[in-house]
Write a protein that binds this ligand. Structure first.
Ligand code: SF4
Length: 222
């Protein structure tokens, strides 16, 4: 297998640097307050779409402190779910989705989240990224690689791959990124993309892996 050059060094540098950027208060720490199950992982991922980490974390904690199973959430009124998850982005649609998914799990999966990637994709509102996140972080299956917009953009800028969609990126990265890094990859690159390698005008001057980056497609940087 052709591997990414200097990958051990690059990921070590990124991890070290990103400790300084860890968002304050609750970000990424919700699992210290709520029980991590495939269901809470799934719902939390739905809450996180187009929403800042600390907002997602607070909403997840508020929601799961009261209702943390499909059985409980299928009984709750959409309005009550909305009140608990506000102000996450698209809270009205997400509240509806959460209730629908809970009911589908009860009707078709014995009240459990299916431990199967393709079955997860059949749930309304669940795409490849969410299904990958549930498999790797909810079920602890090591051979899944969630790719979002940051995980798609940054490896392309670095020159590791040349792809257009997250799906293509997932397939290409699986061929060149050693599997031992798949578990950390999403968290690391999302954080990196939110703080240094921003979508527009990234902070290349303070980027710890500048020397390893081909800056493909980067028109302006700081
Ligand atoms: S050098 Fe710039 S474009 Fe490359 S990874 Fe760092 S911030 Fe992103």
């Amino acid at each position: 297998m052709k591997e990414i050059k200097n990958i051990d060094e690059i990921l070590k540098m990124l991890k070290k640097e990103l400790i300084n950027y860890r968002a304050p208060v609750l970000s990424g720490q919700k699992w210290e307050k709520i029980k991590k199950t495939p269901f809470t992982t799934l719902i939390s991922c739905i809450l996180s779409l187009r929403t800042k980490d600390n907002v997602t974390d607070k909403a997840s904690i508020k929601l799961f402190e009261k209702y943390d199973t499909p059985q409980k959430l299928a009984e709750v009124k959409i309005k009550d779910i909305e009140l608990l998850i506000y102000p996450v982005g698209f809270y009205h649609t997400k509240a509806k989705r959460i209730k629908e998914i809970s009911q589908t799990l009860l009707d078709k999966h014995n009240g459990k989240v299916p431990n199967d990637f393709n079955e997860l994709l059949k749930l309304k509102g669940v795409g490849r990224k969410t299904a990958n996140i549930v498999m790797i972080y909810g079920f602890n299956k090591k051979n899944f690689l969630p790719v979002d917009t940051h995980c798609n953009r940054i490896p392309n800028r670095l020159g590791w791959i040349k792809t257009k969609t997250p799906e293509e990126t997932e397939q290409q990265l699986k061929k060149i990124l050693p599997q031992k890094y798949w578990y950390d990859f999403n968290n690391l690159f999302v954080q990196f993309g939110q703080t240094i390698c921003l979508p527009v005008s990234p902070f290349c001057s303070k980027c710890p892996i500048n020397n390893f980056c081909k800056k493909k497609g980067v028109k302006t940087n700081r």
